[in-house]
Ligand binder design. Sequence first.
Ligand SMILES: Cc1cc2nc3c(=O)[nH]c(=O)nc-3n(C[C@H](O)[C@H](O)[C@H](O)COP(=O)(O)OP(=O)(O)OC[C@H]3O[C@@H](n4cnc5c(N)ncnc54)[C@H](O)[C@@H]3O)c2cc1C
Ligand code: FES
Length: 279
Amino acid sequence: MNNPYIPNLVVIRKITTENEANDIKTFELVFKDPEAMKNFKYRCGQFAEISVFGAGECPIGIASSPMDEGCIQFTVKKVGVVTTTLHNSEEGTVVGVRGPYGNGFPLEKMEGRNVVIVGGGFAFTTLRSLTKFILHEANRDKFKDLTVIYGARDPGELIYKYELEAWGKRDDINLNVTIDRAVPDWTGLVGFVPAVLKEVAPSSDNAIAIVCGPPIMIKFTMPVINELGFPPENVFLSLEMRMKCGIGKCGRCNIGNKFVCKDGPVFAYKELEMMPKEY
Ligand SMILES: Cc1cc2nc3c(=O)[nH]c(=O)nc-3n(C[C@H](O)[C@H](O)[C@H](O)COP(=O)(O)OP(=O)(O)OC[C@H]3O[C@@H](n4cnc5c(N)ncnc54)[C@H](O)[C@@H]3O)c2cc1C
Ligand code: FES
């Protein structure tokens, strides 16, 4: 029987520093065994457990798109033991990956509809995966209008700047990047994500909203989502609870009778309304 805790070995092929504070990096990983790469079929919004040998493992959302071939990417903020050791690793280092885990975003439900993506801070990682997926030439026709609202504290905190610039030039995405407070040389939007969402006011007709960000952003974004008329069954949030095993065994991530690692991390707002407010 396969042991689900044994990770696949992957090599860090490329490290990209994403922000000025140097505490968020994107790691591009290549499987040592090409068969394992083929078998690692994931959906946008899923996560994996990354092991850094000698330090431990932790769950990280998959930041690449399933349309990206030959590698997977994770964008990681340096906060503690595992993430700091990963940040200190060099290209060529071997780490472990097990997964993919969780349910991911409801792509089937989103097809044929307008999609509104709202994200803040470095939680934009899996939303980046989703945006890339929708914008891919093989998928773009399957979805209607795409509106993205993404906010960070200041321009130095924005991640994926190289992609935001390219997306901003396309006419098949309504991209709204905002920073919390005005700073010299910033010519984009200024204001908190909920205020920008209210101003952009995407229609809730035939639309699905995906919201991901720090709790304070979620708290003030949800009333705006409600005001815009999105029914709770058409709004999805991704939770980042404390997790350990990632596979429904350790009981670390329970909310009521749900395992966030298996039943989530993506939940319809309608479902969350019926769950204990432990997230
Ligand atoms: C489904 C899921 C997806 C995630 N995706 C990403 C991602 O894409 N990029 C990313 O950088 N991080 C992500 N995280 C968070 C990441 O798992 C934690 O930051 C990581 O476990 C920290 O490990 P560490 O050993 O470096 O820190 P530790 O030494 O374990 O802890 C350092 C500090 O962080 C706090 N902490 C650790 N984990 C969490 C957590 N999950 N929630 C709140 N506080 C925590 C601890 O209380 C402590 O204060 C995700 C978490 C989940 C559950
Ligand atoms: S993380 Fe172990 S049960 Fe969910």
